[in-house]
Design a protein around this ligand. Sequence first.
Ligand code: CA2
Length: 144
Amino acid sequence: MKILFLNGPNINLLGSREPDKYGNKTLKDIEEFIQKEAEKNNISVTFYQSNIEGELVNKIQEAKGLYDGIVMNPAAYTHTSVAIRDALLAVEIPTVEIHLSNIHKREEFRKISLTAPACIGQITGFGENSYKLGLIAIIDYLKK
Ligand code: CA2
């Protein structure tokens, strides 16, 4: 089973600022943690982060035929990107949307996800554990 982890804009800054909202782990820490979890389950995981919407769209399009599932934190694009939503709908790869913070507990504009309707589900508010829960959710979905 091959899973692609996608991260959107500013997630590369994790661990450096706003630890109260996003925790103190870096993206590299989270990737290493997920890599270990994946190995325990005999799953292959690949990580990609971009601050550029079109690069995320390209990666989703290229994922067709290469990956069985996607776990994605679209970050700010969650609330704005029709392009990412359309790409997810076009490739029809089962995708779990994840967020570090609980987007429903924050500003009004964050409560709307344009991308979640193109996903099988959303995990939000569990900090770095949202990545682990996303992995568990996609594995469980694909095994059924
Ligand atoms: O809670 C999440 O995972 C978010 O996707 C994070 C996004 C935010 O726009 C979404 O509404 C919710 C922001 C990511 C910014 O990450 C930073 C990390 C460290 C320092 C500054 C920003």
